[in-house]
Design a binder for this molecule. Structure first.
Ligand code: CTP
Ligand code: MG
Length: 182
């Protein structure tokens, strides 16, 4: 039971990354002036570097969402709420972990798109497992600069992240946010 609770703490820790990953989809067509492809339309070996679905708007939305969710968690921690879920001392780490998780989630997602383009998977076409875990790995690498969650527990949380992501994607599909169910 202790192990399951420890994994739950890791999942709570990465909540900013999870919301960051969802934010580009939730933002929809708003702020269209920022919907500029991050690769600027450039190609590599005749194929787009990242593709049209990786925009500055999405990256920025993730950074803002990650920071906001983390700051909410820090506020809750400071007021004594949900302290049992805390993996570390939120009071001692303002802003930066949230910012890094949001940025890391976006970069992880973009790196995955880079590889999708190389192997001819079109933007929006699914690449199971990689599509679900990209943001999480990116967030882990980036947030490790200030605090590295226990590696074994992080690995143990991957199946939950994978299934949770497929589930929320399916909900997004039914609500009309996503074009593919996986
Ligand atoms: N999105 C964005 N900018 C980002 C990341 C995501 O605008 N940096 C938006 C895009 O509209 C994208 C949607 O969020 O269609 C869902 O993102 P994701 O599932 O990660 O991308 P895919 O559509 O699958 O594209 P790719 O094949 O490049 O991963
Ligand atoms: Mg993605």
């Amino acid at each position: 039971m202790q192990f399951a609770y420890d994994v739950l703490q890791v999942l709570y820790f990465f909540l900013p990354a999870y919301l960051a990953n969802m934010s580009p989809v939730l933002i929809g067509r708003r702020f269209s002036a920022l919907a500029i492809p991050m690769d600027g339309g450039r190609t590599l070996w005749g194929k787009r570097i990242l593709g049209d679905h990786k925009t500055w708007r999405g990256l920025l939305a993730g950074i803002i969402a990650g920071t906001m969710v983390f700051e909410l968690q820090r506020f809750l921690y400071d007021t004594g709420v949900a302290q049992g879920l805390a993996l570390f001392d939120y009071s001692a780490h303002p802003l930066l972990p949230g910012l890094l998780m949001g940025l890391g989630a976006g970069i992880g997602d973009a790196v995955k798109s880079f590889f999708k383009r190389r192997i001819d998977i079109e933007p929006g076409e699914s690449w199971p497992v990689f599509d679900q875990l990209d943001f999480f790995l990116g967030a882990y690498v980036f947030v490790s600069l200030v605090y590295a969650p226990p590696l074994l527990l992080t690995l143990a949380s991957l199946p939950v992240v994978l299934i949770g992501n497929i589930a929320s994607n399916a909900v997004g599909y039914w609500l009309g946010f996503k074009k593919t169910w996986i």
